[in-house]
Design a protein around this ligand. Sequence first.
Ligand code: SAM
Length: 259
Amino acid sequence: MAALECDRNFDDLAMRFRRNIYGSLKGQIRLGVLERDFREHIPHFLADSSGLTIADIGAGQAQFSHLLAQYGASVVLNDISEQMLQLAKDNFVQDEARLKIIQCPLQMLSSTLSEAKFDLVLCHAVIEWMAQPFTLFKYLRELLKPGAYLSFTFYNMNGLEYKNLLRTNYKFDADNFRSFRGSLTPWHPQKPEVMLEHLEAHGFKTLVKSGIRVFHDYILDPEQRKREPEQVFAKELEYSQKEPFWQLARYIHYLCRYE
Ligand SMILES: C[S@@+](CC[C@H](N)C(=O)[O-])C[C@H]1O[C@@H](n2cnc3c(N)ncnc32)[C@H](O)[C@@H]1O
């Protein structure tokens, strides 16, 4: 199975990922947008959620599913990276009884679990690291109960194009983009409208569309970027659903219902 061998295992990026993403305002904005979208559309996952089941696919260090687990749901964490899952496990100490960790390619998870279907599947920032990104949706579908929810985020091609323009990198060509191995820039950035088409074709109805980091990453001066973090956070939430800004964000969140 050549495609599976080529998906990006984060073993060598685990510490860098924790430091660069979740150790900064970038990660706080990411979690803040997700939490706000959940609170507005599926608040029962942020209240007593005992009895509900969640699968976090390509979970990495599982920062968001850890937050959800605190409300009582049972959580399955899946990833191909042993290092990322080890860091996730360290986070989950107090919730260990309701936690199952399955290290395998997401493409094999459904057969590993046999009958298990979930009330909620999270798949955050994974598709852009897959060798065959568009195959993802059929694997996600296999994991969901009818009427269940999918929280899906992806690295936005619009954001990458815009960032390159702001940096006067006029050679950037979105249609022939190649990332460097070892870099934190994903291999396959995706276009929001293309992701919507795939989701719809696979039976997902989108409840909300939000941009994650609509302007923070574009502030060129690193010192300016660090100023007034509370204001940045509040403005990021405000602009995350505003037309046309959300479509320029670095990541996009689609919260969907599986019909
Ligand atoms: C950018 S990280 C995202 C982690 C986490 N979902 C988050 O949003 O913080 C991408 C993760 O996907 C995992 N991954 C890549 N291909 C995978 C596959 N085929 N099956 C399971 N996990 C995969 C990587 O090892 C990595 O931990």
